[in-house]
Design a protein around this ligand. Sequence first.
Ligand SMILES: [Zn+2]
Ligand SMILES: [Zn+2]
Ligand SMILES: [Zn+2]
Ligand SMILES: [Zn+2]
Ligand SMILES: [Zn+2]
Length: 259
Amino acid sequence: MAVTHLKIEKKGAESIDEYLEYERIVGGDDKGKLFTPSQYEKYKKKMIPIRMNNRLYVCWASLKTGIECKQVGPETKCFCQHRYKQHKSDFEVLPTDRPFKLPCEELGCRCRSFSYIPRNGSQSIRCTCKHTTEEHSVVGAKKCQKTSCGCKKFYSQFTCGCGDPCSNHRMIIETKEERLSRGKPVGRDVPYKAMGGLTGFSSLADGYMRMDASGVGAPSMEILEQPSSMYFSFIFIGSVRFYLNLSSKQGVCLFKEGV
Ligand SMILES: [Zn+2]
Ligand SMILES: [Zn+2]
Ligand SMILES: [Zn+2]
Ligand SMILES: [Zn+2]
Ligand SMILES: [Zn+2]
């Protein structure tokens, strides 16, 4: 009896590992209907080389200091309220036009390119017209959609952790070569969808908390020495993503990303 129980536990842990790996790779591209093993193999054959070769690095940086205050990850929300992984992030051929456009792929959403907007804890921030992010259009200058409001452009004085108002920041979307030429870290190549600017654990902390502008910080040797598959094991509890060290088999939470 005890033996059977142990077997189930081990198999359970393996299938959770496999599922997490599947989620990280597919990131919703199955539209909620699990791929069959052959569909999954075909998907990986097509997408993984694209991600290895054509990854785009995405962050939100202060115009004044250049600090990269937010490294965008798969679960980071856009102004349109959809997550980065719901936007186009895989390019078979990288467009030559700049800036890159990463349109939202959710049905009916008019968002033309991923655009990070900070939140105030769990609250969405307000424009100077007093209406929230969601009450503004996702296109153009993002005018207010409240009928009686004449606001033509979303503008917030909300202060980022770096001390600059959020309106004084911009999106940076760049290739690996472009990022390297600016002297910024690119981390290691990963097969996962919509990794954006995540290059290691410390990318998840806000720029001013990392105490460096690079996005890589100084992870402990323990983290550096783990096999790469341990870096991005995560689960959701509510809307908070917990990063787990599955190698310890105790599921230790190493980091959490509020989204
Ligand atoms: Zn959207
Ligand atoms: Zn969007
Ligand atoms: Zn308004
Ligand atoms: Zn407004
Ligand atoms: Zn900032």
